[in-house]
Design a protein. Structure first.
Length: 276
């Protein structure tokens, strides 16, 4: 595996390389990331893993400073799981002096995470547009935990005719159901135990749908009640259309239940799709 730092080298390496698969990451790899790399390896001729902690998508400076980083470990894991290239540019390679362009996706990026993290999705859309132009992949692999991010990226790809297929893989979870996240390493033992309440709440809501509950308001309350048992107050619990991210009042088709909550000093998100 080769580690690449600049765009010129990256573009030279992908030219004539067949089907190029890209795995976008900010590092601190866990099994969720590794499952994306393996999926890319299974279907692509060249697998590029992007490793860049993007400063423009953080609305909390403390979160940016505290984001876990270990490039040596990540490189070893990327290689073991089938990556051909680890593209790890420096900030000034992605955002050179004088950089003055932002990509903004309206509508779907304005709710939930967009409402609670001002500027977040503009930072995401901008860096993903840059990434796609730098690497020029045929397909990019994302995890379903960041469902709204995937929806924003899909909207941008369609609107700007970027010509990149988006593949989404299921959430990878810990044995107690907690969605794997690079931020989980920042949970202390007590908060790590409490964090499993997010998935329990989603599971309880899904079970209620299975018993015939259709009211979004009732499902929100079920999730909130489960969180409250571990003294967690949600930033939001939303019952939404999984494509438009519009709120729904009743579960009448495929529906996404999404939750965000601070657990100790760490903000976590999770989601679960349900159907009547």
């Amino acid at each position: 595996m080769r580690i690449v730092r600049n765009v010129a080298t990256m573009r030279a390496l992908v030219t004539g390389s067949g089907r190029v698969g890209l795995v976008p990451t900010m590092g601190a790899f866990h099994e969720g990331h590794l499952s994306l790399i393996r999926a890319a390896r299974a279907t692509c001729d060249l697998v590029v893993v992007w490793l860049f902690v993007n400063p423009t998508q953080f609305n909390d400076a403390g979160d940016l400073v505290g984001y876990p980083r270990d490039e040596q470990r990540d490189a070893a894991l990327a290689q073991t799981n089938g990556a051909d290239i680890l593209f790890a540019p420096e900030v000034d390679e992605v955002y050179p002096s004088g950089f003055a362009t932002k990509v903004t996706v309206s509508g779907i990026a304005d709710v939930l995470e967009g409402a609670h993290r001002p500027g977040h999705f503009s930072g995401v859309a901008t860096v993903v547009a840059k990434m796609f132009n730098m690497v020029r992949p045929d397909v990019a692999f994302f995890g379903a935990k960041d469902a709204q991010q995937v929806a924003v990226v899909r909207r941008m790809v369609a609107d700007l005719d970027l010509g990149v297929d988006i593949e989404v893989l299921p959430i990878v979870r810990e044995p107690d159901g907690l969605a794997m996240s690079s931020r989980n390493v920042r949970l202390d033992p007590t908060d790590r135990r409490r964090a499993a309440a997010l998935h329990r709440g989603l599971g309880a809501a899904a079970a209620a749908v299975g018993r015939g509950e259709r009211s979004a308001r009732a499902l929100v309350r079920i999730v909130e009640a489960e969180l409250e048992q571990d003294a967690i107050t949600a930033e939001y619990v939303a019952v939404i259309d999984p494509d438009s991210f519009d709120n729904v009042a009743q579960v009448t088709a495929r529906t996404l239940i999404a939750v965000a909550a601070p657990v100790g000093q760490v903000r976590l998100i999770d989601n679960l799709e349900v159907a009547p």
